[in-house]
Design a protein around this ligand. Structure first.
Ligand code: PGA
Length: 361
């Protein structure tokens, strides 16, 4: 399909509710690349048994839906058993669903194997039937510092006695780093209360921001694609970046670094999810339709710069951040939105199936 046609089709398809899409599909067939994609990220919720029960309730309320791609992302411990449960033949006979249900992992590591306690490789995921993997979610990009206390371990080192000890060690080292020595010499002379203030500043910064770097995310994207997994690449600005008008600059960096070296052939296996950090999670307000449209247009243009018009027309860009049954139709009808990544509401069968069925009820 030519890029221009894809655009026309895209608009035609979007201006209609899911109810009317069935007719459109019968007329012209829905190109896979622009089928809506509704994904539920269960985060750290659901033991395997409750995950299966939740999936069963969702499928029951989405009987016969074939033209919306549905993704379920349980925690690692639920992947295997859910993978067994969502076999296409069973879903077809039991719920009238097609091959439109996908098993998603919430993360992957980038190494193939080795001494990485607690990590899971892309190969391990595909061996248990995972189709797609979420990479760069803001819970991991931004919140790890909070969970793991990165800030306090750095702050503890900013005391005169620790720095003096470090200085001695550095001076005695076989390979001396003169720049580090000069900095330490300066810092041991700084008033303790200034050091304490700096320690608190750094602690807060790291708590707020430390998490997976753009480079780590890039390595994960490459490793997952090399394993044949599709990638749901999350990006999004925090509130400070938005307030400082740095949203586009930041998204540009996140996407360019993440996709560095991803070939025009493999980019087809990537879905982008725009998740403004400030709009994600309990109690936050979703982004407004205008904010979503503006960013989705920006991201599509960026993909056009990197991969050309045809790819830009066919790549799926999802929105995530407090998507609920009562706002999903408005969001899905925005011309640059190809689907949604849902957190909290995906844990409630009724809400998530209403989101999947958006416009059908
Ligand atoms: P939310 O989460 O829907 O609970 O805001 C979205 C996400 O984190 O993917």
């Amino acid at each position: 399909m030519k890029a221009a046609n894809a655009r026309v089709f895209r608009n035609y398809y979007r201006q209609r509710t899911a109810n009317q899409w069935h007719k459109i599909e019968a007329e012209v067939g829905t190109p896979d690349a622009i089928r809506p994609f509704i994904a539920g990220n269960w985060k750290m919720n659901m033991i395997p048994k409750s995950g299966i029960a939740l999936a069963a309730r969702i499928f029951d309320q989405c009987r016969g839906i074939k033209d919306v791609d549905i993704g379920l992302a349980p925690p690692f411990t639920g992947l295997s058993i859910l993978g067994e449960y969502i076999k296409p033949d069973f879903l077809r006979s039991e719920y009238g669903l097609g091959r439109n249900v996908f098993l998603l992992a919430q993360d992957t590591f980038f190494e193939y194997k080795g001494a990485f306690t607690g990590e899971i490789s892309p190969e391990m995921l595909s061996a248990i039937g995972v189709d797609r993997v979420i990479i760069g979610h803001s819970d991991r990009r931004a919140n790890l510092g909070k969970y793991f206390g990165f800030g306090s371990s750095v702050a503890r080192r900013l005391t005169t006695s620790f720095l003096a000890h470090e200085l001695e060690e550095q001076k005695a080292a076989k390979t001396r780093d003169e720049q580090v020595i000069a900095a330490l010499e300066h810092l041991v002379g700084v008033k303790p209360e200034i050091l304490a203030g700096m320690a608190r500043f750094l602690e807060d910064e790291l708590k707020e921001r430390a998490g997976e770097s753009d480079e780590a995310i890039h390595r994960k994207v490459k490793a997952a694609l090399a394993q044949g997994l599709q990638v749901i690449l999350c990006c999004g600005e925090n509130w400070e970046a938005r307030a400082a008008h740095e949203t586009f600059h930041l998204l540009d960096r996140q996407i360019r670094i993440a996709l560095e070296g991803v070939s025009p052939r493999t980019i087809k296996e990537v879905v982008i999810a725009y998740e403004p950090v400030w709009a994600v999670g309990e109690g936050a307000e979703p982004a407004t339709p205008a904010q979503i449209s503006e960013v989705h247009d920006f991201l599509r243009n960026l993909i056009m710069d990197l991969y050309g018009e045809q790819t830009a027309a066919s790549i799926r860009i999802l929105y995530g951040g407090n998507v609920k049954p009562d706002n999903v139709i408005e969001i899905m009808m925005l011309s640059g939105v190809d689907g949604v990544l849902v957190g909290g509401a995906s844990l409630r069968a009724k809400d998530f199936s209403q989101i999947i069925r958006f416009g059908l009820d």
